[in-house]
Design a protein around this ligand. Structure first.
Ligand SMILES: Nc1nc2c(c(=O)[nH]1)N[C@H]1C(S)=C(S)[C@@H](COP(=O)(O)O)O[C@H]1N2
Ligand SMILES: [Mo]
Length: 241
């Protein structure tokens, strides 16, 4: 009923999670953009029929799957966590978790939609608007995009500056009305409400303002950079789940 189950990653379930994740990664690498639609529908039905074991991974009521492209991710807490904002800004800065918590918080409740087909309705996320951090940093006129990096050492994402400034894009400290758990990318993850969940980078550690959009991890493997739910990745309407 809650998101507690992914926190069991230290238990035997962790191995099955990793296998499932590796399976998805391998499929992603094989996929060329031209094959994308076929890949998507394959992945969608695969997730439902469970040939990779993915569906059974997390015996949860919340409906979330645990994803990490990295085999292991260091744990960070209120003492050790840091978020750096840099690049084409006038005032680069590093935030601690207490500093982020002290900023105005925005709470959004939307459906989470993974591009492989699973969906979790009405999920609350809460955190600092990305636009507020960008404004505080003073984005330079030549900037057009934002790149996100993660302390898993592998994952990355990107948004155009216009997308990044939307009011429904958060640097999220809370998910399902609890602090973002390690399994869900805590203590801080990105939350891009209008896009497929792969845009919502977990274990966020860097926000770099750049001149151009640099494709993120999954985007280098065939997924759309502009990942609007229902209007990207070969879909022209909301997938049924
Ligand atoms: N750092 C990192 N962020 C990530 C991913 C990942 O593998 N690593 N997977 C993405 C994908 S494809 C999804 S569906 C969601 C899964 O979030 P969850 O594990 O909280 O369900 O995280 C996204 N952000
Ligand atoms: Mo996903």
């Amino acid at each position: 009923m809650n998101s507690g189950q992914p926190e069991q990653e230290g238990r035997p379930i962790g191995r099955r999670v990793l296998l499932g994740t590796l399976g998805l990664g391998a499929l992603g690498v094989v996929a060329a953009p031209a094959l994308q639609r076929g890949l998507e529908s394959f992945l969608g039905s695969a997730a439902d029929k469970d040939p990779t074991g993915l569906t059974g991974l997390l015996p949860n009521g919340g409906g979330f799957r645990y994803y990490s492209v990295a085999a292991s991710v260091p744990h960070k807490n209120a003492t050790t966590y840091r978020l750096t904002v840099d690049g084409l800004v006038d005032r680069p800065r590093t935030y601690t978790l207490p500093e982020l918590r002290a900023l105005p918080q925005t709470r959004l409740v939307r459906d989470v939609q993974c591009v492989t087909g699973w969906r979790v309705p009405d999920t609350p996320f809460e955190g600092v608007r990305l636009s507020a951090l960008l404004d505080a940093a003073g984005v330079r006129p030549t900037a057009k995009a934002v790149r996100f990096t993660c302390f898993d050492g592998t994952y990355s994402e990107s948004l155009t500056l216009g997308q990044a400034r939307r009011a429904d894009v958060l640097v999220a400290l809370r998910m399902q009305d609890e602090d973002v758990s390690h399994a869900h990318g805590g203590p801080v993850r990105l939350y891009v409400a209008p896009m497929y969940f792969y845009k919502s980078a977990k274990w966020l550690s860097g926000i770099t303002v750049t001149e151009d959009v640099e494709p993120g991890y999954w985007e280098e493997r065939g997924y759309d950079i502009d990942a609007w739910v229902g209007r990207s990745n070969g879909r022209d309407d909301e997938p049924t789940s």
